[in-house]
Design a protein around this ligand. Structure first.
Ligand code: SF4
Length: 414
């Protein structure tokens, strides 16, 4: 079928595309941040190790800031410098190193995929975005494109949150940027724009631009290397859409990329009119009672009892203080009783609700859950014998607690 005619949302002028690539790459060469995985990807002769390093960094960077990731990445690569080393690690070790980084299933999936590469693919990473996405569990379209372009030089685009923002602004795309139709268009655009000779650098440059210049709230348009190609900026400066020679004007009301007619351009927002998202769902509120059981250890200092969570679901396989989800709107007295009952069943010895000391509440926001931990403590004399059928548990000193695979929320609780 013939392709639809280009509109003002597309890059239809080859000379402009060339200029945009040139300007963006020149800026990247001057201003790029020094990051350990970039250094390795640029100098490592072993292609599998390059792919592995970029893969680890990309998985860590999903949902986590660069500044936080650097230290985790360095420790990870020191401990498991190759896919083969990671494949031999235990899940417990992976969780311990990942502790505090959040979204724990990422580490687990990474390790499962490394095992697959070693056992089923002869220890070699797939070399194209298509094969990476197909063969590696946990590797989606974005991660596959990033690994293939940065490690193997495949001319394939990437679309992440930063790229969405930059492209929507460059081309005044105001339809819901999380809708499949817009995302498909952005992938087509990223694949068409990517520089054929330096695809990895081009993709990183586009993401870097979104992370450091074309930021969500107050973009630094004056310093932007692609400002002359930016239609949102033009619209802000001249108060009307940029005139684009030889392209179709968007039809009023039926353009799938224009802002909805009910929410037209708001001049007080300037370029931040773009991108637009559907309203976010409110996180679910949850309350969980948690009890810090404490005893005097053999060296005189306190020790705490931690138990392991189930191997699937939220915070899978991590350790925590004995905890119990609570129904909403329970009275404090009732909360204390249900927690005492839970501990009693678990420890096989009487626990009086009045002995549980209320310490306070800790609030922790997971991506989709607004969690309130209601924290109690219970000092114990001597040991407790736990039902062997219940979850694994162990006593730890404070130092051991911090070295264990525990979530940031549990550290706040302690
Ligand atoms: Fe983003 Fe401004 Fe650059 Fe446009 S000119 S791409 S809005 S920073």
């Amino acid at each position: 079928a013939p392709s639809p005619p280009p509109t003002r949302h597309h890059f239809s002028d080859p000379a402009e595309v060339e200029a945009l690539r040139r300007n963006l790459l020149a800026w990247y060469d001057r201003c790029k941040r020094d990051l350990p995985w970039r250094a390795l990807a640029a100098t490592e002769p072993d292609a599998d190790r390059r792919g592995y390093a970029v893969w680890v960094s990309e998985i860590m960077l999903q949902q986590t800031q660069v500044a936080t990731v650097i230290d985790y990445y360095n420790r990870w690569m020191q401990k498991w410098p190759t896919l083969q080393a990671l494949a031999q690690a235990s899940l417990e070790e992976v969780n311990e190193l990942w502790a505090g980084l959040g979204y724990y299933s990422r580490g687990k999936r990474l390790q499962e995929a490394a095992r697959k590469v070693v056992s089923e693919l002869g220890g070699h990473m797939p070399r194209t975005a298509e094969a990476l996405q197909k063969l590696l569990p946990g590797v989606g379209r974005y991660t596959a494109g990033a690994i293939a372009s940065i490690s193997y030089g495949q001319a394939t685009g990437v679309v992440d949150g930063n790229v969405i923002r930059v492209l929507c602004r460059l081309r005044c795309i105001g339809a819901n940027s999380s809708s499949p139709a817009v995302i498909d268009q952005l992938w087509d655009m990223a694949n068409a724009l990517v520089d054929r000779s330096r695809p990895g650098d081009f993709n990183q440059a586009l993401m870097e631009l979104g992370a450091t210049v074309c930021v969500p709230k107050a973009p630094l348009c004056g310093e932007c290397p692609v400002k002359q190609h930016c239609r949102a900026r033009c619209r802000k400066l001249f108060g009307k859409p940029a005139p684009v020679p030889d392209v179709e004007d968007c039809g009023v009301g039926d353009c799938p990329l224009c802002p909805p007619a009910t929410e037209p351009w708001d001049s007080s927002l300037g370029v931040t009119n773009f991108p637009r998202k559907a309203a976010k769902k409110q996180p679910r509120a949850m309350r969980t009672a948690t009890c810090v059981l404490e005893r005097r250890g053999c060296r005189g200092g306190p020790e705490y009892l931690i138990v392991q969570r189930p191997s699937s679901g939220l915070l899978a396989g991590l350790w925590e203080f004995p905890s119990l989800p609570l129904a909403q709107d329970l009275q404090e007295e009732k909360e204390r009783e249900v927690l005492a009952d839970h501990l009693q069943a678990w420890m096989g010895q009487p626990v009086a609700a009045k002995d549980l000391r209320f310490i306070g509440e800790v609030i922790h926001i997971f991506s989709h859950i607004h969690q309130t931990y209601v924290v109690y403590s219970l000092p114990l004399d001597g040991d407790v014998t736990l039902d062997p059928a219940s979850s694994p548990s162990r006593w730890v000193t404070e130092e051991e607690f911090h070295a264990s695979a525990v979530s940031t929320a549990m550290k706040k609780v302690l």
